[in-house]
Design a protein around this ligand. Structure first.
Ligand code: PGA
Length: 255
């Protein structure tokens, strides 16, 4: 049906200690028994990247990181560069998450620089965009998403090195979700924007994920929408059973 292989990525945010790696082992066991027809990625906190790399070695689950500094190295206490995250085993970096935009005042220009940094290090940039509740209520969703898309995607972008995650801010961690129709409208709009920006062929191949309160119970509703090429999952990615519940949507619907 869809030409693009989907991606389901788990964003652990500021959650996870060494003991949480057991969830990754459980996930791999489950995937060994019941494989799924989607690409899979887990993005733990940076403290766990090296350990997670050991657990995931040789498996179907890719490793991603959360956020990076735009520069490759330097006097920036507490920050991590894309090169460091690559060195620790990351294949991708989530940039522009709404929590970073809100907690740290990250602008589209900074997100753009961070995505370019991911590319400089040879990594995929998972670029997050999405409107707030007030913006949606004010009818500004497509304006906001269009502006963030235009501002956050760097000149180095290509279908193979970016993923766009559409995450309505009001749906993140709240249990609230947009309707499938609303998601379809925004994803169609993002697809059109990507084609305009990158050209028809490249723009058609970029994966556009939906994120915001995706759970096993609602995953199939979102993952079956046109132009939804997978999901970025927060809370439900922390437990192997929940995350597998979402991944299994692809086994059930695409088998
Ligand atoms: P959530 O988070 O699934 O917990 O809503 C999604 C995200 O922020 O990526």
């Amino acid at each position: 049906m869809k030409g693009i292989r989907p991606l389901v990525a788990g964003n652990w945010k500021m959650n996870g200690l060494g003991a949480s790696l057991g969830e990754l082992s459980s996930l791999l066991e489950r995937l060994n028994r019941d494989p799924v027809a989607t690409d899979i990625m887990v993005c733990p906190p940076a403290t766990l990247l090296s350990l997670a790399r050991e657990v995931l070695m040789g498996s179907a689950v890719a490793l991603g990181a959360q956020d990076c500094h735009p520069l490759p190295s330097g006097a920036h206490t507490g920050d991590l560069s894309a090169e460091m995250l690559a060195d620790a085993g990351a294949e991708a970096i989530i940039v522009g998450h709404s929590e970073r935009r809100a907690d740290h005042g990250e602008t589209d220009a900074l997100v753009n620089a961070k995505a370019a940094a991911a590319h400089r290090a040879g990594l995929t940039a998972i670029i997050c965009i999405g409107e707030t509740e007030a913006e949606r209520r004010g009818g500004a969703t497509l304006d906001v998403v269009g502006r963030q898309l235009a501002g956050s995607v760097p000149p180095s972008a290509a279908a193979a090195n970016i993923v766009i995650a559409y995450e309505p801010v009001w749906a993140i961690g709240t249990g609230l979700t947009p309707s499938a129709d609303d998601v379809g409208q925004v994803h169609g709009f993002i697809r059109a924007g990507l084609k305009q920006r990158l050209g028809e062929a490249e723009g058609s191949d970029v994966r556009i994920l939906y994120g915001g309160s995706v759970k096993p119970a609602n995953a199939s509703e979102f993952l079956s929408v046109a132009e939804v090429n997978g999901a970025l999952v927060g809370g439900a990615s922390l437990k192997a059973s929940d995350f597998y519940g979402i991944l299994s949507t692809y086994a059930e619907t695409n088998a």
